[in-house]
Design a protein around this ligand. Sequence first.
Ligand code: ZN
Length: 257
Amino acid sequence: MLYPATMHSTRLTMRPMSAQDILNTWEQGQNQHPLDKALTLLFPSFPDSTKDELATLTIGQRDAFLLSARELVFGGRLNLFARCPQCQERLEFSMSTKDICAVKEPHEPGSIFELAAGDFVLRFRLPDSIDLAETAGCRDVAAARMMLVELCVQQAFHNGTEIPGRELPEEIVGRLSKRMAECDTRAEVLLDLRCPACDHTWQMLFDVVSFFWAEISSHARRLLEEVHTLARAYGWSESDILSMSQRRRQFYLDMVD
Ligand SMILES: [Zn+2]
């Protein structure tokens, strides 16, 4: 088989992460590579899927699901900040997950795309977490790009004759990278920003993995503090405290304070 078994997004059922999930995720993800961390973050929201299945999502699809998983736990508002590259003014702004999701519907993983450039025609699929993990050890960007060509290009033709992907010229490989990014829209979310102080405009890359991770980390630390306070006051176990609703936990916390 050319690529791993794909999952059909319509078959996926999602559920919100529990307090226990949040602590487990935080514990497991600590020292993980961002590619693994992304899957660790996603995993608890998909009770019927394995991590191997989630790894076959394209990066755009993975990030769209991360945004949905995040929405199920923390809601649809994202509070972001940026620093103006021109005058260093700090900007705080918020946006809705819908603003990002509205970009374009992602393609099913395993979909095949075509690129015609000059005398070359390529048939390719979009990179997933497994492909990117393969390229993580490459010495430079050019080597990583070439490895992605070998992994993702299903067929390459030069003037109608099939050729191995590794024989594609540098320029065509560059065109392919660009086309992959266009096809997998949500793999790279760029926000258009304008500085209110100096009117400078620029684009900021929104990285859902590090954003969601930072939120999970601070939420996990808060949960641990709550467990500490309640366990000390009432002698309850960690699992008893975590299995309470946030509302009920807060009620007891207010009485302890
Ligand atoms: Zn500025």
